[in-house]
Design a protein. Structure first.
Length: 121
């Protein structure tokens, strides 16, 4: 593994979450192609990409900023989960698998971000 982000557990979790987002998106109706389907995939992708991009920064503060963007993208996916459930597009079990995973990923992102600010005092 040549890059720092490849060693990060939080990045690996983000990739698993992205896989789950793709499974959910695949189940959405065709007319959501350019709305919820695209949105949840782009937001989940953004989580992983911001973790990776932030890992190459020169300062903890800058990495923390990228982790903040990853967190915001994660929250966006959670909002998508609620909209998908409300419209009954996907079986509830799949959504209920995704929600706890999002909570776990959120906690890991927050902890990582907090550790950067605690170390940088």
């Amino acid at each position: 593994m040549a890059f720092k982000f490849e060693k990060l557990q939080v990045w690996r979790l983000a990739i698993e979450y992205l896989d789950l987002a793709y499974r959910i998106a695949h189940k959405l109706p065709w007319f959501e192609e350019y709305n919820l389907k695209s949105q949840i995939i782009r937001a989940a992708t953004s989580v992983a990409l911001n973790i990776a991009e932030g890992s190459t920064t020169q300062s903890d503060a800058e990495q923390g900023r990228f982790l903040g963007m990853a967190i915001r993208s994660l929250i966006e996916t959670v909002a998508c989960l609620h909209l998908i459930e409300r419209r009954e597009y996907v079986e509830v079990r799949l959504l209920h698998d995704a929600y706890p995973f999002s909570e776990k990923l959120f906690a890991k992102l927050q902890a990582f971000r907090t550790s950067l600010t605690a170390d940088g005092r």
